[in-house]
Design a protein around this ligand. Structure first.
Ligand SMILES: [Zn+2]
Length: 382
């Protein structure tokens, strides 16, 4: 049976529990828990969870030992104590939150932070375990994708690096794992945690670091030591649209995945690449997103997908609904369900409105995209 035969009958798990959206970074923060609640509601109102090949699984939080697969024990303790409102470690170290990336702005300390963030990590890890045990073929940890967290500090809204926890656990089971990050921001935390190993291939397509947080992810960043050649970066200019993005993706990602022969593909589906996203400047639509999801569907023998960025609530709910539709082999009607429309407005699941990019800009971005793709292909011998 080849992969395309499998895709029709794939057993799909959706990892969700209300505890994922009960606590958040605060009212003014862009990573609103409502992103998850709205996505869940939209899928539910489409009847997505009633399909015979679909199961909703409530994840368990990652344990301290599981978080320690990639995080330092000291950092895990610090997150727990800050979350409880404390300021001293058990060894009487006074915690300076800034030293661990916490403070007002991107990474505020909030009540139940430890429980919420370890649950996101546990969500991706639960997906990995179900896949490896053969209990499903695809799993969507839409609450995960916290790709900026580092071993010992929080960054870019991310406290625990759930993609890395899940990947390291699968590597420890003897699997080869390819991680493909299509968030608008560089997947710097995941890349850093596997920068020196050839057991994990990391690929990140993102808005050029000279124009966006975290400011990294250039074509010449390719890994270190045994990991040399196993980190791949594709920086793209602001205003890159569906056509250019998909062209770059198709030139680079399928041949790399074929060469690496991964047992599991892990994808981070940040949808802040959308032209209406308030934090980034790429120009994709849900049409481009669906083409990406379909590409992953065809490329992934076993597939663990995660959420990630995406700060336009309307876009996030629709795009991740489309993602789970592709993963579970379901096509939803374009007209949004009446109850969802009544609550949130909107009319269509798929974008009908396309971004307008001026010809001169498109020509310039297109030229630069071709140059970047050529550089990546040369560096990685494609
Ligand atoms: Zn992002």
């Amino acid at each position: 049976m080849n992969v395309s035969d499998l895709s029709a009958v794939r057993r799909a798990v959706f990892l969700s529990t209300p505890a994922l959206w009960e606590h958040g970074h605060g009212k003014q923060h862009p990573l609103k828990p409502e992103r998850l609640r709205r996505t869940f509601e939209l899928l539910e109102e489409y009847g997505a969870f009633a399909a015979p090949n679909v199961q909703v699984v409530a994840p368990l939080p990652a344990t301290e030992d599981e978080l320690a697969l990639v995080h330092s024990p000291n950092y895990i303790e610090v997150v727990r104590i800050l979350s409880e409102g404390g300021a001293w470690t058990e060894t009487r170290e006074y915690i300076q939150p800034m030293r661990y990336g916490f403070g007002p702005g991107d990474n505020p300390i909030f009540p139940e932070m430890y429980e919420t963030e370890s649950l996101k990590a546990g969500s991706s890890l639960t997906g990995a375990k179900l896949l490896v045990n053969g209990d499903c073929d695809v799993a969507f940890s839409y609450g995960g994708g916290m790709h900026h967290a580092m071993a010992s500090y929080a960054a870019g809204f991310c406290v625990f690096n759930d993609p890395a926890v899940a990947i390291q656990w699968m590597v420890d089971q003897g699997l080869r794992v390819a991680y493909v990050d299509v968030d608008a921001h560089h997947g710097d935390g995941v890349e850093a945690l596997f920068y020196d190993t050839d057991r994990v291939l990391t690929i990140s397509l993102h808005q050029d670091g000279r124009t966006l947080f975290p400011g990294t992810g250039f074509v010449t960043d390719t890994g270190f030591g045994a990991g040399e050649g196993y980190a791949v970066n594709v920086p793209l200019l602001p205003e890159t649209d569906d056509e250019m993005y998909l062209w770059a993706f198709n030139e680079i990602v399928p041949p790399l995945l074929e060469r690496f022969a991964a047992d599991v593909v892990v994808s981070q589906f940040g949808v802040d690449t959308h032209h209406k996203d308030p934090l980034a400047h790429l120009a994709l639509t849900t049409v481009g997103h669906v083409a990406l999801f379909e590409a992953f569907d065809a490329l992934s023998p076993r597939w663990l997908a995660m959420g990630g960025g995406g700060y336009n609530l309307d876009v996030v709910a629709r795009s991740w609904t489309l993602a789970f539709g592709v993963m579970s082999g379901q096509t939803f009607p374009d007209e949004l369900p009446p109850a969802y429309r009544a609550r949130y407005g909107g009319q269509w699941l798929r974008d009908h409105e396309m971004p307008t990019v001026r010809d001169a800009v498109r020509n310039f971005v297109g030229q630069r995209t071709r140059e970047v793709v050529a550089e990546v292909k040369k560096i990685h011998k494609l």
